[in-house]
Design a binder for this molecule. Sequence first.
Ligand code: ATP
Length: 304
Amino acid sequence: MSDVLTVEAMSKHYGHFRALNECTMHVPKGSIYGFIGKNGAGKTTLIRLICGLQSPTCGGYSLYGVQHTKKEIAKSRRRMGAVVETPSIYLDMTAEENLKEQYRILGLPSFRDIPKRLEMVGLGDTGRKKAKNFSLGMKQRLGIAIALCGDPDFLVLDEPINGLDPQGIIEMRELILKLNREYQITVLISSHILGELSRLATHYGFIDHGHMVKEISAKDLELSCRKCMRIEVSDSRILSCVLDKMNLEYKIFSDTQADIFAEISVSKLVLALAEKDCEVLSLREHDESLESYYVNLIGGGKDE
Ligand code: ATP
């Protein structure tokens, strides 16, 4: 799978502050790439840079194999559509009028496929309703329809599910899946809402303090998550001592529960615990969620 976007040691400094710090990224063609990081981690900064809204301080990126410093980058960028921060829509216009305006800006010769485009994002029946009367989800989808004018095959969405209600989230998820599967559009989607991304993403990139901590495919993530065993015991302090002695990687998350990230001999462990009067209440294979994977990688705590 070739990469639509490659980011190479790209940095963005504001004075002494490094909003992006030698960040790398590889977005494979055809993927839904979940770009995950806490508030302030640098997601929007990277997106603004690849959209050409700002220039990197050092390092750079290639879009469809064209380096950002080359003249031809403008052509590559036409294959990319983006909704950065809030969608840029005219609130006093209908959905159709908004698209007509975008067609004019892009110099597209005919409005003929506007109804099809509105249908594509689930806004086919909004008629004379002005965008200011749309729900947040509808506004987001209109933003996506605008980004899709000119038929890009790479779509970049910055926090598209932020603030949406559950129905809006479902509609957004279905739309992204449809664009990816039916229209073969590669999607880069930034979010700090992990659970939702795990239903969509084929690849992940985890950013922290402006730096890419890890990139991994959903398949590999699933495999690495599967190695975890969840154990419930009468006293996790004793469990901790025993696991330390056995030199096993683990994470205690309550007085009685822990996850063990290694192949273990169950009988040996149960025996070692029994010798210290610690009872095993349950032991089962556990699919480590995206959330706990993220916490292990980047650390817990609230968004900064
Ligand atoms: P969020 O989810 O909150 O949007 P983010 O991961 O998108 O977070 P960025 O918006 O990229 O984060 O911001 C990264 C850091 O850079 C933040 O600490 C932010 O305050 C800082 N930053 C962004 N733009 C500027 C600017 N123009 N001047 C100074 N600092 C900035």
